[in-house]
Design a protein around this ligand. Structure first.
Ligand code: ZN
Length: 200
């Protein structure tokens, strides 16, 4: 199971893990998941420590479930889920924890189709909304740069690219790990109609 072609510039460890996840996504897409670590025995094995192999920043959307779409089990992914993969302070620090303490080599930024946050932001831009202020403030900068975005899915992809920029700007831990080749950030998009996760 090794037919995913990835850029040679990706550090070796991150590349291995990314291949594993993309192959897992292929298993999901063809309807043949293989994940085994889904039982109480696995949980007992990891009762006092964890050894995930990648970080996934995913939307809270009920249709985007990282362990299922990447065909993974308990203890394999360090997942942060937040509406619109918006990178506020707690989200950034959660990623920093996984980078600094768990030494994970790969961060997947997983945007997706039909994202409610993108729709809401597009409907209200550039109003200062009463609700969802901190979420919206993470997304509006993408529209500040390109107000004419009409397709929500294109908007989500542009936002995912923006999230990487934000993380590199705001987090010294993430920036240093990327600079040293200890962390690779893979910007991805989940297509609801096919189930496929693709690299942006
Ligand atoms: Zn979403």
């Amino acid at each position: 199971m090794d037919n995913v072609n990835l850029n040679d510039e990706i550090p070796i460890k991150a590349k291995e893990e990314l291949k594993k996840l993309l192959n897992g996504n292929r298993n999901f897409v063809i309807g043949k998941p293989t994940a085994k670590n889904m039982c109480l025995d696995t949980l007992k094995k990891y009762a006092f420590h964890q050894e995930p192999f990648a970080i996934v920043l995913s939307c809270s959307d009920s249709r985007v479930v990282p362990e299922i779409i990447f065909d993974c089990g308990i203890g394999e992914l360090f997942v942060i889920r937040v509406a619109g993969i918006t990178a506020g302070p707690n989200v950034i620090e959660s990623i920093e924890y996984a980078v600094k303490k768990l030494k994970l080599p790969l961060l997947i930024l997983l945007g997706h189709d039909d994202c409610g946050v993108m729709k809401y932001a597009k409907e209200h831009y550039p109003e200062e909304t009463e609700d969802f202020k901190s979420i919206i403030s993470c997304v509006y900068p993408v529209l500040d740069k390109n107000e004419d975005i009409n397709c929500h899915n294109y908007f989500a992809k542009q936002h995912t690219i923006w999230v990487e920029e934000v993380l590199l700007q705001k987090s010294k831990i993430i920036r240093c790990a990327v600079d040293k080749g200890e962390l690779y950030i893979a910007k991805c998009h989940f297509d609801h109609s096919t189930g496929i996760v693709s690299l942006i």
